[in-house]
Design a protein around this ligand. Structure first.
Ligand code: ADP
Ligand code: GLC
Length: 486
């Protein structure tokens, strides 16, 4: 029988994207549908003009459902419409919670938004009459669905359904006050399953509850799967993760090689490939013109990032400043996030005009231009569950400079000059000396074109698509389906 999988996600590119989660759910779901897995995605009807166009052709599969979360009463609908390439899309329509600017609100009702999404997904499948084989939850926003499924497992539509929780980022856990327990909308039995230690401490951790309830848990790279089982990177959940029966499985993300293809990228005015690399040089010139950079013979270093602690931008700043003062690099940065990081980058741009360009905001096209037009790409992350930009960089012939953590360690191999193997420059420590070392090594290699071209070609030859990881997910789904409910 055909395997059926339903993703529950806050994000789905291109309609709702704050980071890599949106890219991953979009590309993985399409790849699964291509393999004849019956694939659906349940997401909020976020405020987005393109999503509105999709919704215009939709039909209501769940009409005027009511949900009481503590003292809050909500009415919502679920719309069904064809999603991307063979994927069935279900939009949870609750304007009160989702018709807002941006995917995440960060307001006092954030937990209500995501709990409603989880409840709506289960109500949808109960109404349809047969749930998917696997309910694939992603991050804390949808982790509660694993808990709700346990409580609903007696329902004939859901008795066979298994839950998989993918952790894309342990840094966000959805911790709320224990006083809000009634707002989870759980029955008494399910409430009793909540972590007693947390309740005593006055809190409920939605990600932890999902980890405890899910039939399987995975994360987005093998190294991060190991790291989060240690106190250093487990962010308080290492014991829950390391003692889980079945452990934490690591599956390295792929990238959407159709969207991110230097030979056909519709967001680029010029195309190139490993065999026809001339366009990369043109893209570099165009990028520099667009951003007002005058690098001369120095390499252009790109960065596209959420500007948050995780990404280690603050660690890189002193090293960038030093290299800029020496005139050995030029830098193109696109990002938004914490005020202090934005103003530090803006300040560097003023001190080094023509050498560092900082563009604040979210700009899909510029992200592609920076990947294509830069010589190297810097990711000094403190931790990185997977990271997608280093893989985009490999594909775009842009040498990644990455810290050896999580998925960065799994997707970039340090260049070995004697054997000419490796795809980037990998540094170990989370400090500016390590970043300075990596920048220095990059500048050296860049001065020897034969070496540099080899390093770039090694990266461009790496297989990065979703074929392999999608196969690993299908294996995992099949194992789950065969497994009796514990
Ligand atoms: P994370 O999900 O932690 O932010 P990833 O590397 O997995 O990190 O994915 C980030 C995604 O978001 C990439 O597709 C990247 O190009 C994109 N991105 C991040 N910041 C911006 C921005 N300011 N403008 C456009 N795209 C961005
Ligand atoms: C998260 C992580 C990032 C990962 C992405 C997609 O946001 O920070 O490392 O690539 O999810 O899985």
């Amino acid at each position: 029988m055909t395997l059926s999988v339903c993703f529950l996600s806050a994000e789905l590119a291109p309609w709702a994207k704050a980071g890599g989660l949106g890219d991953v759910v979009a590309a993985l779901s399409v790849e699964l549908a291509r393999r004849d897995v019956e694939t659906s995605v349940v997401m909020p009807r976020h405020r987005n003009p393109e999503l509105e166009r999709l919704a215009a052709g939709s039909r209501r599969v769940l009409d005027s459902a009511d949900l009481q979360l503590g003292r809050h009463a909500f009415r919502y609908h679920v719309l069904s419409c064809p999603g991307p390439l063979g994927v069935q899309l279900f939009l949870v329509d609750c304007p009160e919670l989702f018709d807002r600017e941006g995917v995440y609100g960060g307001g006092g009702d954030e937990h209500l938004r995501w709990l409603l999404l989880c409840h709506a997904a289960l109500a949808l499948w109960r109404t349809i009459g047969r749930g998917p084989d696997v309910l694939h939850c992603n991050d804390w926003h949808t982790a509660a669905a694993a808990l709700l499924l346990r409580a609903d497992q007696g329902h004939p539509a859901l008795a066979h359904t298994r839950s998989l929780l993918t952790i894309h980022n342990l840094g966000y856990q959805g911790v709320i006050s224990a006083g809000l327990a009634t707002e989870l909308g759980l029955g008494d039995e399910a409430l009793e399953r909540l972590d007693a230690g947390d309740l005593r401490a006055g809190r409920i951790n939605l990600l932890k509850e999902g980890i405890r309830a899910a039939h399987a848990v995975n994360t987005v790279s093998p190294t991060y799967a190991r790291e989060i089982c240690t106190p250093e990177l487990g962010m308080g959940l290492h014991e829950d993760l390391s003692t889980r029966p079945g452990g934490v499985i690591g599956i390295l993300n792929g990238i959407d090689t159709r969207t991110w293809d230097p030979a056909a990228d519709p967001l680029l005015p010029v195309h190139y490939s490993a065999r026809t690399p001339a366009g990369k040089h043109t893209m570099r010139t165009l990028l520099c013109e667009k951003l007002g950079l005058t690098p001369g013979p120095a390499p252009v270093v790109g960065m596209v990032s959420r500007l948050v602690w995780q990404k280690g931008i603050d660690i890189a700043l002193p090293a960038l400043e030093q290299a800029l003062a020496e005139g050995s690099i030029a830098v193109a940065v696109l990002g938004s996030g914490e005020r202090e990081l934005e103003s530090a980058l803006g300040g560097l741009g003023q001190r080094f005009p023509g050498r560092l360009a900082f563009r604040q905001g979210h700009d899909e096209a510029l992200a592609h231009w920076i990947e294509a037009g830069s010589d190297a790409f810097l990711m000094p992350s403190r931790y990185e569950p997977c990271g997608l930009n280093q893989m985009y960089s490999l594909r775009y012939g842009t040498v990644p400079l990455v810290r050896a953590t999580g998925g960065l360690a799994d997707s970039v191999q340090d260049f070995d000059e004697s054997r000419e193997t490796g795809t980037g420059i990998v540094f170990r420590d989370a400090d500016s000396n390590a970043v300075a070392w990596a920048l220095g090594r990059m500048v050296e290699l860049f001065r020897t074109p034969a070496r540099w071209n080899r390093l770039r070609a090694n990266g461009m030859a790496v297989e990065l698509g979703w074929e392999r990881p999608a196969g690993q997910y299908v294996d995992l789904y099949q194992r789950l389906v065969r497994q009796p409910v514990p």
